[in-house]
Design a protein around this ligand. Structure first.
Ligand code: PMP
Ligand code: GLU
Length: 400
């Protein structure tokens, strides 16, 4: 009998976290590695949020919180949904979790039976398909390319639907492409969903605040599908709080209760101190916060800077990302080229080469369902971005 379960053998390691681990190991060996592999803001958590956590400690918020989250945090999320998204939800429809990642896992495990199909447009975020596997569902991948700004069309969506389709999962703003669906693009997808009332939509909106295009559009704002949408969000990206591990899902009451039930058996809920800090974060109106506006402006400037720099590298073809903090350029021009005896056959080879030669950590597109591309996170300083682009350009020039 095998020591480990079949379930764990089938599961892939998170490639984003794996590349970050490799980059950390090289750094520990004394190499000057620039890590563009992890998707996390490099800003410190704003002081007023940290202050709320200190107060929580002083006030002894150190006991088990309610499984689905403190009532006043869920109320703050309901107020945020009304204020920022014009969406009406009651606090009972909200479940607070240990990061958006756990919120996603709860939702998937609540909805998917073995053999159910989950439509996952590629490029997708690394963990979606692995979470589907854990739920014993089957992923049905829709491929999209740089020519359509990596967005799925209504025709592609309809063609992927079968009687077994249970869930459609996507992110906008998207990790890894930075693409942002417009209201019109979402409306076109909604027209398809209206014809298939048994399909649930997991809408991952964790990059809501990092959007250079204007107003965030949630698919939940379409009344005809709202009851079937599960919004996933959290404080990791917009408030620079990745380590606090605080996310949430918003869904119809039955699904919210199911997520609560799972969480009650797996984690008992999210960290009490993080929850108190999240109230301070989510009470912030992004439209009136100079601190948040300045973070977004910094990301935007970095996007413009890095886009200019990577466009100067031959053979790299990128879209202009409207949100999040990633580039996902196509790099097939380098496939088949070599450095000494080493042949670059795919994006994993290219990322390994760039890590070893340029000491720049990136993530191969394979991890996101598109082996023609690589992902670069630009959530770092201008100086590091300039140096990373210089090293990448120099190392790629050595491939013949
Ligand atoms: N969804 C997407 C698209 C992400 O990029 C991330 C990154 N961590 C998550 C979910 C998970 O977020 P969290 O840190 O809140 O678990
Ligand atoms: N979401 C980030 C990323 O895609 C963090 C890593 C992870 O959670 O996998 O890099």
């Amino acid at each position: 009998m095998n020591k480990l379960s079949d379930r764990i053998s089938r599961l892939a390691e998170s490639e984003t976290l794996a590349m970050t681990r490799r980059s950390r190991e090289l750094k520990e060996q004394g190499f000057d590695v620039i890590n563009l592999s992890i998707g996390q803001p490099d800003f410190n958590t704003p002081d007023y949020i940290k202050e709320a956590a200190r107060e929580a400690l002083d006030q002894n918020f150190t006991f088990y919180p309610p499984v689905n989250g403190y009532a006043d945090l869920r109320k703050a999320i309901a107020v945020k949904l009304k204020r920022d998204n014009n969406l009406e939800y009651s606090p009972e429809q909200i479940v607070v979790s240990t990061g958006a990642k756990q919120a996603l896992a709860n939702a998937m495990l609540s909805l998917v039976n073995p053999g159910d199909e989950v439509i996952v447009p590629a490029p997708y975020w690394v963990s979606y398909r692995e979470i589907v596997k854990l739920a014993e569902g089957t992923s049905v991948v829709i491929s999209t390319g740089v020519e359509t700004d990596f967005k799925v069309t209504p025709e592609q969506l309809e063609a992927a639907i079968t009687p077994k389709t249970k869930v459609f999962i996507f992110s906008s703003p998207c990790n890894p492409t930075g693409s942002v669906y417009s209201r019109e693009e979402l409306a076109a997808l909604v027209t398809v969903f209206e014809r298939y009332p048994d399909i649930y939509i997991i809408s991952d909106e964790i990059y809501e605040l990092i959007n250079f295009k204007g107003k965030h559009e949630s698919i939940a704002s379409f009344g005809s599908v709202k009851d079937r949408v599960i919004i996933i969000n959290g404080v990791s990206k917009g408030f620079a709080m990745t380590g606090w591990r605080l996310g949430y899902c918003v869904a119809d009451l039955e699904i919210a209760k199911a997520c609560d039930k799972i969480q009650g058996q797996f984690t008992s809920g999210a960290c009490s101190i993080s929850q108190r800090a999240a109230i301070a974060a989510l009470n912030t109106d992004p439209a009136g916060s100079a601190e948040l506006k300045s973070m977004i402006a910094t990301f935007r400037n970095r996007r413009d800077l890095f886009l200019k720099l990577i466009n100067e590298i031959p053979g790299i073809k990128s879209n202009v990302p409207d949100g999040a903090f990633y580039f996902f350029p196509e790099v097939t021009w380098y496939f088949g080229k070599r450095y000494n005896d080493m042949v670059i056959s795919n994006s994993t080879d290219l990322c390994n080469y760039l890590l070893d030669k340029a000491h720049v950590a990136l993530v191969p597109g394979e991890a996101f369902g598109n082996p023609d591309c690589i992902r670069l996170s630009y959530a770092t300083s201008d100086a590091e971005l300039i140096e990373a682009a210089r090293r990448i350009k120099e190392s790629l020039a050595l491939l013949v």
